[in-house]
Design a protein around this ligand. Sequence first.
Ligand code: DGP
Ligand code: NA
Ligand code: NA
Length: 217
Amino acid sequence: MKRGLFIVLEGLDRSGKSSVLSAIKRWLEDHKYSAEDIHFPNRKTPIGKKIDAYLKGSLKLSDEEITSLYSQNRWEVASQIEESLRAGKCFVSVRYAFSGAAYSSAKYDPVFVEHWMREDAGLPAPDLTLYLRLSASEASSRPGFGDEVYERAWFQKRVEECFGSVRAVCEKNGGLWRDIIASGSKEEVKENVFSTLDDLKESMTKIQSQPIKYLWS
Ligand code: DGP
Ligand code: NA
Ligand code: NA
């Protein structure tokens, strides 16, 4: 039996990740894949509840502390991801270690993104990362923007730059990364998702017969 694919969806706050998740699941279903999904941070666990409090501004933590909590929050699900893949099911994750590197390094220098991924080393590596490309200024003008601590236009601009460095690190390590233009209507973005996945059909089938990969440091 062929293993499942680990697909990760990344992007700035308010880049439309939830509706793109539905589009990915729809495509997978249409192509006879079964899939599980999760959204990180997974706010349901005790660690996730702390992250939620931090994001809402009611819990103060150092950059090192919050980075560590986010990573632990992913480690809580690592074996579930592997089980899924081994059982032949796809696993779709909204945000993952690349958000960790991009958001945690955003206050510092994008050249050091790898520093912020140390605790994620050893986690299952995404087979495919889809990055919703939307400028920080567009993201910042969308409804609801500003509710949580990272939702500041200047900060999102930094995150956007850092995602550029994260992509370079991902590809250097053999990861497959595709940008999805996310500035159009929901319908247009959905079409972009479908055509991107259509183009990757062969590569995806090949990856299914390769071993699961793990994240670098
Ligand atoms: P979301 O629920 O997708 O809106 O994510 C909440 C916020 O957390 C969002 O601003 C992105 C940020 N974030 C996600 N993962 C990480 C991480 O690993 N580290 C840091 N510092 N921030 C993260
Ligand atoms: Na958000
Ligand atoms: Na949020």
